[in-house]
Design a protein around this ligand. Sequence first.
Ligand SMILES: O=P(O)(O)OC[C@H]1O[C@](O)(COP(=O)(O)O)[C@@H](O)[C@@H]1O
Ligand SMILES: [Mg+2]
Ligand SMILES: [Mg+2]
Length: 337
Amino acid sequence: MKPISLTRYLIEEQHAGRINADLRLLIEVVARACKSISIAIGKGALGGVLGDAGTGNIQGEAQKKLDVLSNDILLEANAWGGHLAGLASEEMDHSQPIPDAARRGNYLLLFDPLDGSSNIDVNISVGTIFSVLRCPDGVTTPGDEHFLQPGTTQVCAGYTTYGPSTMLVLTVGHGTHVFTLDREVGTFMMTRRDVQVPADTKEFAVNMSNQRFWEPPMQRYVADLLKGKEGPRGKDFNMRWVASMVADVHRIITRGGIFSYPLDEKCREKGGKLRLMYEANPMAFIIEQAGGAASTGRQRMLEVQPTGLHQRVPVFLGSRNEVAEAVRYHEQFDREG
Ligand SMILES: O=P(O)(O)OC[C@H]1O[C@](O)(COP(=O)(O)O)[C@@H](O)[C@@H]1O
Ligand SMILES: [Mg+2]
Ligand SMILES: [Mg+2]
């Protein structure tokens, strides 16, 4: 059967009453911007897009040229779309209301314009992550505080992975679906409907170089995974770490696994490494909609009440029984030490 396009899928969702025309058009605008980012990335060294921008963002991270370019592409595309009241990005200190009040819509968009920046210059997959919230009723000029809604209120979340092929993974709260960019035609085509993440797994993803900085429950959990068949888990585990969250999560969407970026001594003061609003929450929504689970280790990710636009959290997500195992180690530690 011929796959359907993203546009056709969104129209069907609108006809089924699951999204309105504004959200449909907003998603189309974001997808178009991601196509432009994909083209820029594809030019690589020939397009002069690799390397450092020579600037830093609010999080004290050095920006790559592609961090800045991807942010600009998403801003430019969305500022005039007419469906948003405001946007916020990893690369901007504060959120921005849409400049022209007459063109403001009812949604708020948050994004990590380029995820996995450290991988750009070595030609490894990177991505874009985004989350859509409703602008609270009666708010015409949203500020940072209006974005601070728990992940359960997201109306849409998605990510694009710029790898051997460019893929868009999307949820509007009715399953998680995968689209692949047909580069010649310039259209995202649905290549998997209603993805289901297997409940069990034998594969984990974590940056093992941080092992000695982890909290005791994480140390114990991973130590038991590494004991394999002879240990308490009774099976051998494999490990993968791309260091682009999108690529690691996409592997989990494809074949299951657990992804974790736990608390460690280096990031404890900040609350974690990954950002709640435009990394953890959209991924948690996508994974839950695919039958998986997402947690901070101590709380369902989507129920965390945000306190800051760039807030960081520990992350455990993927195959639901494995996430439950990781949470169990944290519960046991909090109870018994
Ligand atoms: O280099 P580390 O510590 O393994 O961290 C890798 C993690 O950092 C990130 O690159 C952070 O994202 P950004 O590139 O958007 O800052 C994640 O994609 C990835 O999972
Ligand atoms: Mg990121
Ligand atoms: Mg980024």
